[in-house]
Design a protein around this ligand. Structure first.
Ligand code: NAD
Ligand code: MG
Length: 396
């Protein structure tokens, strides 16, 4: 009986972020089934300590080694038995250890790749929010997971929708029987604006997403449509569907999270309120369904569902991502790294909004693309693209 089995131990990497908060909310609703056994954050040690008091994990990790003492002493003075760790290596070790059965990979950016790979190699269930790791090293990650029997469940509303629709077909996650995938996009805060109107937009405007409450990096990615570009690459790797069978459909209400069209002409969609707790509940309990604290959809109240084509001229990042996916090899790693550096500079007020696609384009057209055979080659491409983009920002 399920009630008699021990609670699944969940490692939440990126616990202090937006996905981390949603994950801990769902976990806390089901104490008999799930327990947060490892909590990890980048630099927010105070927030991490508060989460430790609340969830009492076995282990807490702060990625920044300089904050180790603060974490250890904070845990001690709170009287917690939680063991303190620091550094990226500790994340890899814990991801692979028997401290957890499931890893929620919710670190933002390429910084999440190493621990995600470690969880994959150890055969864990991975609830993968960190889409950047799939963009940077998609094939390596999916192969590592397959070889070790790790299960990857997407924590991205669109990909969770596709995952759920595909399960109507058979148990596999490959592209058989699929005619096309329709990835929906809210269009972000600047939907409907032309390129000229985007030159002066501020970071505060860019992170004010109309439908989703998310961390700053993915919010800017949603505003440039790079997020949708990363998601096309993510879908390609997760579902083994070639890029020319993935289409993007702007849907401002963000209620239809994506659709799958099958070869028999049937199209399935998944709908729900824009709340990542639904997606996390799917990943935590799959193939079962559990309460997530999210209400149902009142379609009468919502009234209408609109769809339109994306504006590729105003939002060139989407086309750049397609281009990188088609080029293959290290091109998506270059795209991702240049974008991370550009978004960070935009958030710090160092560059304008339109410089983001310009810098990504510059990296893609300047750097040579190699075959992405090894992690070393991919990380080198990542480093080169970061350096090139940083230099271009400083020179401007
Ligand atoms: P966020 O900025 O709110 O949180 C990021 C988390 O990562 C924080 O806990 C931070 O401490 C941690 N972190 C940052 N750098 C780190 C490092 N070097 N080492 C260890 N930890 C580090 O971001 P978010 O919105 O929660 O997004 C997290 C990931 O989930 C991203 O990849 C994003 O694309 C993806 N995602 C988010 C949403 C959403 O609704 N927020 C939806 C889909 C996908
Ligand atoms: Mg998404």
């Amino acid at each position: 009986m399920e009630s008699e089995t021990a609670a699944r131990r969940i490692a939440v990497f990126g616990a202090t972020g937006s996905i981390g908060a949603s994950a801990l909310d769902v976990i806390a609703r089901h104490p008999a089934q799930f327990r947060a056994s490892v909590l990890a954050a980048g630099t927010q040690v105070t927030a991490l300590l508060a989460l430790c008091q609340q969830h009492r994990p076995d282990h807490a990790v702060i990625a920044d080694p300089q904050l180790y003492t603060q974490l250890r002493d904070g845990l001690r003075s709170a009287g917690l038995a939680t063991q303190a760790h620091a550094g990226a290596q500790a994340l890899d070790t814990l991801a692979a250890s028997d401290a957890c059965d499931t890893v929620i990979a919710a670190i933002v950016g390429a910084a999440g790749l190493s621990s995600t790979l470690a969880a994959a190699a150890a055969g864990k269930r991975i609830l993968l929010a960190n889409k950047e790791s799939l963009v940077l090293a998609g094939r390596l990650l999916t192969r590592t997971a397959a070889a070790a029997g790790a299960e990857i469940i997407p924590i991205d509303s669109e990909h969770s929708a596709i995952f759920q629709c595909l399960r109507s077909r058979d148990a596999s996650l490959d592209g058989a029987g699929v005619r096309r995938i329709l990835l929906t996009a809210s269009g972000g805060p600047f939907r409907g604006r032309g390129r000229d109107e985007l030159a002066q937009v501020t970071p505060a405007q860019a992170v004010a997403h109309p439908k989703w409450s998310m961390g700053p990096k993915i919010s800017v990615d949603s505003a440039t449509l790079m997020n949708k570009g990363l998601e096309v690459i993510e879908a390609h790797h997760l579902f083994d569907v070639p890029g020319d069978r993935i289409e993007v459909l702007v849907h401002p209400q963000s209620l239809v999270h994506s659709l799958v069209e099958f070869v028999d002409g049937s199209t399935l969609a998944q709908l729900g309120l824009p709340d990542m707790r639904t997606t996390l509940a799917v990943g935590l309990a799959w193939p079962h369904r559990i309460e997530a604290g999210v209400g149902g959809l009142d379609l009468l109240k919502q009234g209408r569902l609109d769809f339109e084509a994306p504006d590729l001229a105003a939002f060139p990042c989407l086309a750049l991502a397609w281009q990188a996916m088609d080029a293959g090899g290290t091109a998506p790693a270059i795209l991702n790294a240049a974008n991370e550096v550009a978004v960070s500079a935009f958030l710090q007020g160092k560059i304008g909004f339109l410089s983001i696609p310009a810098l990504v384009d510059n990296a893609l057209s300047t750097l040579a693309v190699d075959a992405a055979d090894t992690l070393g080659v991919l990380l080198e491409a990542d480093t080169r693209a970061r350096h090139l983009t940083q230099t271009a920002i400083e020179a401007a």
